[in-house]
Design a protein around this ligand. Sequence first.
Ligand code: GP9
Ligand code: MN
Length: 670
Amino acid sequence: MKKIISTRMAFFAIALLLFWLKTYSIYKIEFELGVSGAMQEFLLFFNPLSSGLIFIGLALFSQGKKAGRRIIIIDAILGFILYANVVFYRFNMDFITIATLMQTENFGSLGSSIISLMAPYDIFYALDIIVLIFLYHKMKSNWSNERIKLRQPFAVLLTGVMVFSINLYLAEEDRPQLLERTFDRNYLVKYLGAYNFIIYDAIQSFESSTQRVLADSDDITEVQNYTKTKYAEPNPELFGVGEGKNIIKIHLESFQSFLIDYKLHGEEVTPFLNSLVHDESKDFTYFDNFFHQTAQGKTADAELIMDTSLYGLSQGSAFSTKASNTYQALPAILDQRQGYTSAVFHGDGKSFWNRDKVYKSLGINEFYYDSFYDMSKENVINYGLKDKPFFKESMPYLKNMEQPFYAHMMTLTHHHPYLIDEDEATIEPAETGDPSVDRYFQTARYLDESLEQFFNDLKEAGLYEDSIIMIYGDHYGISQNHNRAMKEIIGEEITPLKNAELQRVPFMIRIPGVDGQGINHEYSGQIDVMPTLLHILGIDAQDYIVFGTDMFSDDHKEYVPFRDGDFITEEYSYVNGIFYNNETKEEITEPTEEMKKLKETVHHELELSDKVLNGDLLRFYTPNEHWEPVDTSDYFYPEKSEFLSKDNEEDEEKQDDEVIGADEEKSAKE
Ligand code: GP9
Ligand code: MN
């Protein structure tokens, strides 16, 4: 027995078997891949085999004991990669990609989030490695130093490649054009496995970087033709009503619309936001069928979509990988057309999501980040500054801004894992037993209170009455991993359709001098915000490459694409490859031609948007005679101390000018 195990091939076979078993168990326990049918079930079971044969098989090129050690090392690396995906998936319901790994600027703040995603039973996922190390040592004296027969490892690799080809063939049979068409990583992992996905992803990122080199000015024409056809004329009653007004855009972190009017323990969770929705004087218009459209880029996707009306990328975040692209974003357009000064306020480090780089490309003039705030211990929780001190301390900066301004206030406390100091929690947690879900209501309440405080301060500073105020949720806060708890909260099974419906986030807007509409039921998404705002300010969106349409227009296009190619309309939804009737919640087994056509349109639209980002196509496009490409060297985001000294210098210069002016006046008189 000892002899057998200590041959390279036998040790390899044991390692392969353990690896296979572990990978399959993790698929079943940790990931929700939506497996349906015998073929998909089989492929899920089958797909680790080729990766095991190929990757672990590489160790067989080494001799004797060394091969044993290398088998263990490769197995451990593969195990680590899979486990990293497990942890990532527990929150994001998604797999790690090279693009997400490039977001290293984010790693610093992630500490508490990652630890809360690990579980004690995870130690079992290292069991195979422990068994292998044990066997290896046990058999140490018997490891043969037989000479390498190259035939053996080559045969293993070849078998691996063959197994992979069979796998791919069967997968393509079940889902044609799997590799070309898919927007959804769950599909790739389900069919090809977590390890083969890494290779696919590497090829994809390589392709996307070559796309820029190969793109030329013809490519933008196709996009322009599409956005021109989609364009919706402005609503004449609202066109230009907000011209020159200050704009205050408030970002509600991880806030889903189900919180609005939700009662926990008989109490409203967000009484202040609810009061805006139901305000008798209808100051605001609240869109209750508004959806986020973000993917792996989370907050960064929301920021990008809302300010550029382009979709985020299907992998990673454009903020991280496309920061130096040419953009024609709201801040730059508003500056050039109407002299707006733009600013972002956010109580986190300036490089998170690569903001300090990409903001320049978007034309954002000022950036108030952690160095501008009092980040002492009692003010900070989780990722950064608590929302109440954040709004408080932002007020003086806001008041000092040159007007008209476009100010983006980004909250942070209501972020996974929803931590809150006990003395600041004013509502009891929910009682589902799922800690993130239970605390979600407490940080939402805190956010609601901080908003009320901010509104009061704005009123006091005289900045409320005459400002356009927009409030939006960036993305979901509770992922599908919490379906059990969410079922208790919502009182309904979280089906795939229900989950799509839960991607609603609030969008509210107040335009001074215009009566709000109360609740507006139009189906819309983040992609629609930029053209809507442009029209309110009296700038025709037609000239710009925008994928959304004005939400107040009669011609607004009422379909909301999600980044994975699913979409939702007023009557029906397309989720995970199935059409559903929104009213009956039943599957539509025979979709109409119109439905199928809309599916094609959505996919085409996403592809075109990807082309714009991957090919950096806006560098070839001049929207109109007003447009000047953004020169990033014009933008600089100093620390608070430098900012203040810059202010002082300007003040001194001003004073000097005044003195000189006075002197000149004096001598002229004389
Ligand atoms: C961090 C904040 C959170 O600065 O924007 O980003 P998220 O994790 O929600 O993408
Ligand atoms: Mn966010």
